[in-house]
Design a binder for this molecule. Structure first.
Ligand code: GMT
Length: 374
């Protein structure tokens, strides 16, 4: 098949999933065309069967806002015509699904659109009265719509009152990259080595991640068990969180590592991942941690309970229940046999539900099904 993929090319989970999917599809012999404003960061070097087509918005002085959405639609149509694409698979509804609908109108009905909903495109932007109707339009005009968890599929129906069937296809992880790495000596690369237990949080430091809760959980755990905290990622809450760490006198125990590329290695340094999010349609970072042998302590928001099995591969508490999350962390850190059981259960769960091979097969079947309708 000839497949166009559009995603956000940055460090976010939707872009990671889209890029990894594209690479696996290319490995299986499909021709994959990434169409975006930048090269997806996970794409790396040369890959057979993968092409990248940049989108540039015109900066003409009349425009207060460069028309990226139109440039994207136009580029999608050009690539579709030039390379005779069978379908566009767009990740994240805004503006990608809407741009794809426009491209399809320019090219013709034979070009199919598969839209994958990732989370905040529905749970945050779907609540925006300005965007709500156009997101609904993108969903209803797509030939197939998938969501990364049952929770997100249900929320989409609730928020938009759509009858469009939404197929749940879970995110996946490449187990050739995400596995418990031997990190002997690697700790120095990120922070002074220590015999303390290591807690880890990775996110875009947006309010939905509740990073203040991460610090509160850590402060409680640290009182009972010698621990340190690694924080990976950057965003609007990074500076307030630094201030909070200072005001609690925890600077020596908390390392801010900023954005990092080799996340599998950092996961492998950790004992627990903290993910107390307000919203989390899936929680790719919890899946990556699980694949690296790291249980998650987090909230039961959105689709997180579909990834982390409470009491089996991690512990999930109500959003904001910092005491419960801290107690669960202390329990796992102080009971080695239980901890090992959680690690093993997590790795088994990854194999059973979230392997790249299985999930790429589901997308391939979906593509075939939609192309048969031509
Ligand atoms: O976590 C974010 O805010 C980034 C966002 C994105 O679009 O990359 O993540 C969403 O998609 C990920 C991949 O499907 C999911 O793992 C995240 O749970 C989801 N984030 C939210 O729902 C807040």
């Amino acid at each position: 098949m000839k497949i166009g993929i559009t995603c956000y090319p940055t460090h976010g989970g939707s872009g990671v999933v889209a890029t990894e999917l594209g690479k696996l599809l290319a490995d299986r012999g499909h021709q994959v065309h990434f169409i975006s404003y930048d090269m997806p960061f996970r794409l790396g070097g040369f890959h057979q069967n993968i092409y990248y087509h940049p989108v540039e918005a015109n900066q003409y002085s009349l425009f207060k806002y460069p028309p990226y959405d139109l440039a994207l639609a136009s580029r999608m149509a050009q690539v579709a015509q030039t390379y005779k694409l069978d379908l566009l698979h767009v990740h994240y509804a805004v503006p990608h699904a809407i741009a794809a609908v426009l491209a399809k109108q320019m090219v013709g009905d034979h070009l199919k659109i598969v839209t994958t909903l990732h989370g905040t495109d529905i749970t945050v932007l779907g609540e925006d009265p300005v965007l709500k109707d156009v997101i609904k339009f993108g969903i209803t005009q797509s030939d197939r719509v998938t969501a990364v968890s049952d929770s997100l599929a249900e929320q989409t129906v609730d928020i938009f009152q759509v009858e469009t069937p939404i197929e749940r296809i879970y995110n996946f992880v490449d187990q050739r990259v995400y596995y418990p790495r031997d990190v002997t000596g690697a700790c120095e690369k990120y922070t002074p080595c220590s015999h303390e237990k290591t807690l880890l949080h990775i996110s875009n430091f947006r309010p939905v991640k509740r990073t203040e809760d991460v610090i509160r959980i850590f402060a409680q755990v640290h009182e009972k068990v010698p621990t340190r905290l690694l924080l990976v990622g950057e965003g609007p809450d990074s500076i307030p969180i630094r201030k909070m760490v200072q005001s609690l006198g925890l600077e020596k125990k908390v390392s801010f590592l900023g954005k990092q590329d080799d996340v599998a290695q950092i996961h492998s340094l950790a004992d627990l991942l903290l993910l107390p999010s307000e919203k989390e349609s899936f929680g790719l970072v919890a899946l990556e941690a699980m694949a690296c042998g790291v249980p998650t302590i987090g909230s039961n928001a959105g689709g997180l309970p579909e990834v982390v099995e409470h009491g089996v591969t991690g512990f999930l508490s109500h959003i904001g229940d910092v005491d419960s999350m801290a107690n669960h962390a202390i329990k796992l850190l102080t009971q080695p046999a239980l901890y090992d059981q959680f690690v093993q259960a997590g790795m088994d769960r990854v194999q059973k539900l979230f392997s790249g091979e299985a999930v790429v097969g589901l997308y391939e079947s979906l593509y075939r099904e939609v192309l048969e309708e031509r």
